[in-house]
Design a protein. Structure first.
Length: 237
């Protein structure tokens, strides 16, 4: 046990219990503290040690909180042959026979027994929309900020069905970085169908250019008046 680093009163109406904290000098427990709780039962009774425990301090190295394995999976972790079952009460999903505010879901709901057993709930669609909005193909990405126009005005933009149609679609341009990906309507890239490039020369050039090196000089025949020798007065009618 190391130096005394503090004390704190316990939640006792009589105020007769105090925990003293001491540095722990055990190998491998840097930042931990010994917590020694002493209590007093009243006049005529000795102060006794109630409890001694080893607790982590603010700078202690502790293990992360335990997370169930099904919650540890992150996007991109699933590999070939891996299975990731969904929970029966997954809030992202809803039975296909339930009423929904999504026209695409309602269309599937009429196929009970033939279509999908579950479809995305409103919560699931909201999570997907938020994730796509923040992603690399959202309106705040670096590519979108430097694009000449948005995907919503591009001929290669294929809107999604249902309630997500207003904001998301798929890119169908093989030369675009988002080809085959879900993109936000306000995303954009340089492969926009209406992108134009100024091909005019950067240096202005006159419409007619004469090359003095290839001009032939021919003398005028005798008797032909030149502008310099012609009279400047009024002509006779």
């Amino acid at each position: 046990m190391g130096a005394h680093v503090g004390a704190q009163a316990e939640d006792d109406p009589a105020g007769a219990a105090v925990t003293h904290l001491f540095e722990a000098v055990l190998p491998g427990y840097a930042g931990w503290r010994w917590a020694v709780t002493v209590a007093w039962a009243g006049p005529g009774t000795p102060v006794t040690v109630s409890e001694v425990v080893l607790l982590p301090g603010p700078d202690a190295l502790v293990a992360p909180d335990w997370v169930p394995w099904q919650q540890r999976v992150r996007a991109g972790d699933l590999g070939v042959g891996d299975l990731l079952p969904t929970a029966p009460d997954d809030p992202r999903l809803a039975p296909a026979y339930l009423a929904s505010d999504d026209p695409a879901v309602e269309e599937v709901a009429r196929e009970v027994g033939l279509g999908r057993l579950r479809v995305l709930s409103r919560h699931g669609r909201t999570l997907a929309a938020e994730r796509w909005h923040r992603g690399d193909f959202g309106p705040r990405s670096e590519m979108a900020r430097s694009a000449p126009a948005t995907c919503g005005t591009c001929a290669f933009y294929l809107p999604l069905a249902g309630s997500l149609r207003a904001a998301f679609g798929a890119c169908g341009n093989e030369y675009a970085p988002a080809d085959g990906r879900v993109v936000h309507a306000e995303y954009g890239c340089g492969a926009h169908s209406e992108a134009e490039i100024d091909t005019s020369p950067s240096v202005p050039v006159a419409e007619v250019v004469y090359d003095d090196a290839v001009l032939d000089v021919e003398p005028l025949p005798a008797g032909v008046a030149t502008p310099a020798s012609a009279g400047t007065g009024p002509r006779n009618a």
